[in-house]
Design a binder for this molecule. Structure first.
Ligand code: PBG
Length: 326
């Protein structure tokens, strides 16, 4: 038995902080904020304890609460007052996100990122313009190229409202290039794009779809979001977004896809973001409610492991709680 090598020497309370490799800090975190045009009061989101949809009038107060915890960045999601087949409220200058972003950027110092997608704005809940045959042919629901122009409109409308960064999440081919071109043509050459470069067709989005009322009315998102089985394909997806000018590369979900986070970290020098999604949040809460897990501890450990895998920034529903205790 060789006992000259004893890793336990470096595990005393005194030395642990000195040899710690990874740290989570408030400046790594982005807090999701839901702004809802259909309500005049705050509505708790049942599937995500501690989170609420807030009316536009409360958006500044909501963001101020985030800032108080030390988190400086927010991701704004909108629930529109009405939906149609093309999702036109998504790029309306008086739309829910545009109104909220105008207020938030006028009245706070938060760094404001917006989700650029159509699923919360279309009646059918898909992330783009539908094929006429969509309902009968679930393999082909969204018209990719026709959707690109709409995504460009959304990004421009967000930038005009003052968004600091836009984050397209629809997984349309060519979306980053189309958005970059649209932003540049409108003079927003300095607005970066955080692309949901590798977004998987995951069952961990369930609670969010309740929160944002964005579940597809029929079918699923399998032909635009990625197959959870594919890591090499994720690298190709990321490569395309890099070529099209993505500034930050996001992987989503986070915990079940840490291999992809690591792979993207090693393959690119861009900042890497991970989205610790609603299901990752809800399952820890549910277990903690039963007394089976210590919520504070597992929340922190989750974020730590996402950073350890290689993420620079994390979009997480735990942002405020974790930052508050750092
Ligand atoms: C919209 C969007 C979704 C999420 C973020 N943006 C839903 C989806 O793709 O179905 C999910 C976030 C979460 O689960 O926390 N495209």
């Amino acid at each position: 038995m060789d006992t000259t090598r004893r890793p336990r020497r470096l595990r005393t309370d005194g030395v642990r902080p000195l040899v710690r490799e990874t740290e989570v800090s408030a400046s790594d975190l982005i807090a999701p904020v839901f702004v809802d045009a259909t309500t005049d009061e705050r509505v708790p989101i049942e599937t995500m304890p501690g989170h609420e949809r807030v009316p536009v009038e409360e958006s500044v107060a909501r963001v101020e609460d985030v800032l108080e915890t030390g988190v400086e960045a927010v991701m704004v999601f909108g629930i529109p007052e009405s939906k149609d087949d093309r999702g036109s409220r998504a790029w309306a200058s008086d739309g829910v996100v545009q109104e909220a972003v105008r207020r938030i950027t006028d009245e706070t110092d938060a760094y404001v990122i917006t989700d650029v997608c159509l699923c919360e704005y279309t009646e059918h809940g898909h992330c783009g313009v539908l094929e006429e045959t969509a309902e009968s042919d679930p393999d082909l629901t969204v018209r990719n190229d026709e959707t690109l122009g709409l995504l460009g409109n959304i990004a421009v409308s967000h930038a005009r409202a003052g968004a600091d960064m836009v984050a397209p999440s629809g997984m349309m081919d060519g979306m980053v290039g189309a958005i970059r071109e649209a932003l540049d043509e409108d003079g927003h050459t300095d607005v970066p794009i955080m692309s949901y470069a590798a977004k998987f067709e995951s069952s961990f989005y369930g609670p969010f779809r309740d929160a944002a009322d964005g579940a597809p009315a029929f079918g699923d998102r399998r032909h635009y979001q990625m197959d959870p089985a594919n890591a090499r394909e994720a690298r190709r997806e990321v490569e395309l977004d890099v070529e099209q000018g993505a500034d930050v590369l996001m992987i989503k979900p986070a915990l079940p896809y840490l291999d992809v986070v690591r792979d993207v970290r090693e393959s690119y020098d861009h900042p890497v973001a991970a989205y610790n999604v609603s299901g990752e949040y809800a399952m820890l809460h549910a277990a903690a409610e039963k007394g089976w897990l210590n919520l504070e501890a597992v929340a922190y450990e989750s974020l730590l492991s996402i950073k350890r895998a290689g993420a620079d920034l994390i979009l997480t529903y735990f942002a405020e709680d974790v930052a508050d205790r750092l």
